[in-house]
Design a protein around this ligand. Structure first.
Ligand code: SAM
Ligand code: DTB
Ligand code: SF4
Length: 332
């Protein structure tokens, strides 16, 4: 493993360089990832986000991992777009529980223009509470991207999910290029990009290399990189796929950290299926963000009690809030 200029921000990673990271002895890989991590972040701070599903289920897309697709019978109760007030009271609760970023997710292929005024009001209201805002609403048009940005949205989450080669075995209703196009719109509009993928869908080692390499070779590294472990949901086509070796999952985190040194790497979905020791290794490998609370969008998350015990055992602290309330919030 070459270590020259290891903390440089690069966008020209080759497949063989990334494969060599995956193939390195575990201790060498983790040591290197931790060194890169320390060059950019306080190693004992974890950024904490909270998730809320603002529109649940009945999604027309066919993502084979997803409990919210209308095509699979997962027993999920569908809910229409929430009222703005209900979203704001959930955000207030999240802020009071220590979250600094509030992520709102909708089970849409893309937003409908008639939904935009409500979505914009949610962004303004959450931002005025001093929380960073994140949304994940599917594909965006130019106009929708501009409107979200003007409403003050800090982050847009849109994942590549996997490698381009494996992609059509997971999703057929939109292309990899569609995803890259939305990411480019978001970047051009000046919002921060949250983009990552899922490990444990039956992908090969080479697919993991390509997912992380594609993320790192985007024109700018996503500021936030969620690495999800597949949550297997009965009724979805990917239920029953062999789960990844926990140490291979840790390797994915370490490689993401080395490839994208200054990005937040989020240990995202799947923590309820991981031991505390696996999670601790993920933090050692450079993960520095999590979702708090006992629910992700529709599935379980470890919850406040478990997480604060784990953070205490590891001496980890939540990162202080980064967002300042906007001027209009201070006066109004
Ligand atoms: N509908 C929008 C979209 O797909 O862009 C936003 C919501 S969607 C649920 C956001 C992301 O959640 C997906 O891209 C996927 O990476 C992740 N996700 C969904 N179901 C998952 C599961 N069962 N396990 C792990 N990650 C999952
Ligand atoms: C991301 O990469 N993971 C989060 C967030 N972005 C929106 C979503 C995980 C969803 C897990 C399945 C569910 O709860 O429905
Ligand atoms: Fe719909 Fe998003 Fe789920 Fe795909 S991941 S089915 S687009 S909610």
């Amino acid at each position: 493993m070459s270590r020259d200029n290891d903390t440089a921000i690069r966008h020209d990673w080759t497949a063989s360089e990334v494969q060599a990271l995956f193939d390195a002895p575990f201790n060498d890989l983790i040591f290197r990832a931790q060194a890169v991590h320390r060059a950019h972040f306080d190693p004992n701070e974890i950024q904490v986000s909270t998730l809320l599903s603002i529109k649940t289920g009945a999604c027309p897309e066919d993502c084979k991992y997803c409990p919210q697709s209308v095509r699979y019978n997962t027993g999920l109760e569908r809910e229409p777009l929430m009222d703005v007030d209900a979203v704001l009271s959930a955000a207030r609760e999240a802020r009071d529980a220590g979250a600094t970023r509030f992520c709102m997710g909708a089970a849409w292929r893309s937003p409908k223009d008639r939904d935009m005024p409500k979505v914009e009001a949610m962004i303004r209201g959450v931002r005025e509470m001093g929380l960073e805002t994140c949304m994940t609403l599917g594909m965006l048009s130019d106009d929708q991207t501009r409107r979200l940005s003007e409403a003050g949205l800090d982050y847009y989450n849109h994942n590549l999910d996997t490698s381009e080669a494996f992609y059509d075995q997971v999703i057929t209703t939109r292309t990899y290029q569609d995803r890259l196009d939305t990411l480019e719109r978001v970047r051009q509009a000046g919002m921060k990009v949250c983009c990552g993928g899922i490990i444990g869908m039956g992908e090969s080692d080479g697919d993991r290399v390509e997912l992380l390499r594609t993320l790192a070779n985007l024109p700018a590294h996503p500021q936030s990189v969620p690495i999800n472990q597949l949550i297997q949901v009965p009724g979805t086509p990917l239920d029953g796929v062999e789960a990844p070796d926990p140490l291979d999952f840790v390797r994915c985190i370490a490689v993401a950290r080395i490839l994208m040194p200054a990005s937040y790497v989020r240990l995202s979905a799947g923590r309820t299926d991981m031991s505390d020791e696996t999670q601790a290794l993920c933090f050692l490998a450079g993960a520095n963000s999590i979702f708090a609370g006992d629910r992700l969008l529709t599935t379980e998350n470890p919850g406040e009690d478990h997480d604060s015990r784990l953070m205490n055992r590891l001496g980890l602290r939540p990162e202080p809030g980064a967002a300042e309330p906007r001027a209009e919030a201070a006066t109004g």
